[in-house]
Design a protein around this ligand. Structure first.
Ligand code: HEC
Length: 116
């Protein structure tokens, strides 16, 4: 391979990588925005936008998602189950309001509250 061709090939590889990483970022961003929208729409009566209980939530002894201890002792499966099935007389189930995918994208939202 002569030098000029090598340069063209390398430039192409770099360009393709740049495009694919860019689209990865925007997909991740879009997913995050939608997940935050879902969270703000369905959860904010009891869980505020920073993951802490609202005043109303406090009366129900709502979980504080910024609590690192709680985060360390729960699993993604438990979070999904809670959103799906709720807790009787405390938190309503969301299985009829959201798809499994929508419930799934809320897991990283909840996990992120403890990282700030
Ligand atoms: C009516 C108030 C209310 C709403 C709305 C609500 N929650 Fe909750 N949530 C609670 C309460 C109360 C608890 C504590 C339940 C318990 O102790 O069993 C809780 C606990 C949780 C937990 C943690 C359970 C655990 O293992 O400690 C998760 C995760 C959760 N909620 C996610 C959500 C998400 C996501 C939404 C929106 C889709 C939502 N909640 C909407 C009241 C609410």
């Amino acid at each position: 391979m002569n030098k000029k061709r090598l340069f063209v090939v390398i430039s192409l590889v770099i360009a393709v990588n740049a495009i694919s990483s860019l689209s990865y970022i925007s997909t991740a961003k879009a997913a995050k925005i939608n997940a935050m929208k879902l969270y703000n729409k369905h959860c904010n009566a009891c869980h505020d936008k920073n993951g802490k209980p609202t005043n109303f939530g406090k009366e129900l002894a709502t979980t504080d998602f910024t609590d690192k201890n709680w985060q360390a002792n729960t699993t993604d499966e438990k979070i999904i189950k809670q959103i799906t099935d709720g807790t009787t007389e405390k938190m309503m189930p969301f299985k009829d309001k959201m798809s499994a995918d929508e419930i799934g994208v809320l897991v990283p939202v909840i996990r992120n509250f403890a990282k700030k």
